[in-house]
Design a protein around this ligand. Structure first.
Ligand code: ADP
Ligand code: MG
Length: 319
């Protein structure tokens, strides 16, 4: 009995049109046959005649009008509902179109940004590189003349030039990683991890890639490669800037079914409060990149347990 009641309740809660119709038919037939068997109308007629003073017989017309008005009211609400549904559907289509445009625009902006970075990097390399080399050579000539008056200045110039060349090398690597152009994603990330390790000796950086991902890394096209690299770069910059961590590990995998690239960056730092709105633009940029590529981003963190960034990006496999 309890089971039957629970099943009826579940059916009622599902609000299926078919179930409601069956219930309405059942109640109508039940009332009709009960009335036939028990002669309800005659009984009611006798009751009304006996209490003529209360004018119950006039109530019939009122009830009929109320039923008609209820039908009219329902009909009007259905019209309202249909109109609202249409508006909502067109709003949904507009939002989807905007989202698509937004994704395309973001993708375009990132490509333009990458091209601009490349152009600036090349110009810096060509313009400044040769002048610095010339200054270095001139200073070297001065040093070789062994003039006591100019020697300390020439040596200082050489030191400064070496410093600027080093700084420019770093800047160029950040602006436009040549490893990214020359190598596949796994090698580029490994190089990034190694150079990052040199710059941050107190932080251990581990990079791991699954054997399947390594053998199928050619599935990752250049758009995806640049996006993934930039996101890992931002995550590492954040670890150095905010995490106060001693270790960071980068994991890369490719899944075969519905091919997608999975990246995760995990540090053992102070973590962050994910319920608070973020003031910076770095993570926002990562989110935008992921959205533009139809991917997923998940941040997990708890105080003093570090931050884990999980990114999943769909891969378009051409063969
Ligand atoms: N690995 C991390 N560990 C702890 N906090 C982090 C980490 N990454 C980001 N955050 C927090 O998230 C905020 C937003 O980061 P981000 O959007 O990259 O902006 P920005 O680096 O310019 O401050 C940071 O200000 C920092 O508080
Ligand atoms: Mg940042």
């Amino acid at each position: 009995m309890r089971n039957l009641f629970n099943r009826c309740k579940a059916l009622y809660l599902r609000r299926l049109a078919k179930n409601d119709f069956i219930l309405a038919m059942f109640v109508t037939l039940f009332v009709y046959f009960s009335a036939v068997l028990a002669n309800w109308a005659e009984g009611i007629g006798v009751f009304i005649q006996r209490h003529e003073f209360f004018q119950f017989d006039e109530l019939l017309l009122g009830l009929f009008t109320a039923a008609c008005m209820a039908c009219w009211y329902s009909y009007r609400r259905v019209l309202d509902w249909k109109c609202e549904l249409k508006q909502r559907q067109s709003a949904e289509v507009a939002v989807l179109n905007m989202l698509h445009e937004n994704r395309t625009l973001t993708q375009h902006l990132h490509t333009a940004q990458e091209d601009e970075r490349k152009r600036i990097a090349h110009e810096m390399h060509d313009e400044m590189g040769q002048y610095l080399t010339a200054i270095h050579l001139s200073a070297h000539v001065l040093v070789s003349q062994d003039n006591a008056l100019t020697l300390p200045y020439a040596q200082r110039i050489m030191q400064h030039v070496a410093h600027i060349q080093n700084a420019i090398k770093h800047l160029l690597e950040n602006l436009h990683a040549t490893t990214l152009e020359e190598h596949h994603l796994a090698d580029a990330v490994e190089c990034l991890c190694n150079s990052w390790q040199i710059d941050h000796p107190n932080l251990e950086c581990h990079f791991m890639i699954s054997p399947f991902a390594l053998s199928h890394i050619h599935w990752v096209d250049s758009t995806l490669k640049i996006a993934a690299y930039r996101m890992i770069q931002e995550a590492l910059t954040n670890v150095a800037k905010h995490a106060n961590a001693t270790q960071v590990s980068i994991n890369m995998d490719i899944s075969k079914q519905t091919p997608h690239l999975s990246l995760s960056v995990l540090d053992n730092g102070m973590g962050m409060d994910l319920s608070q709105p973020s003031a910076g633009f770095g993570l926002l940029g990562v989110r935008e990149r992921v959205r533009a590529l139809h991917g997923n981003l998940k941040l997990s963190s708890s105080p003093q347990k570090g931050l884990q960034i999980d990114i999943s990006l769909p891969i378009k496999v051409s063969d």
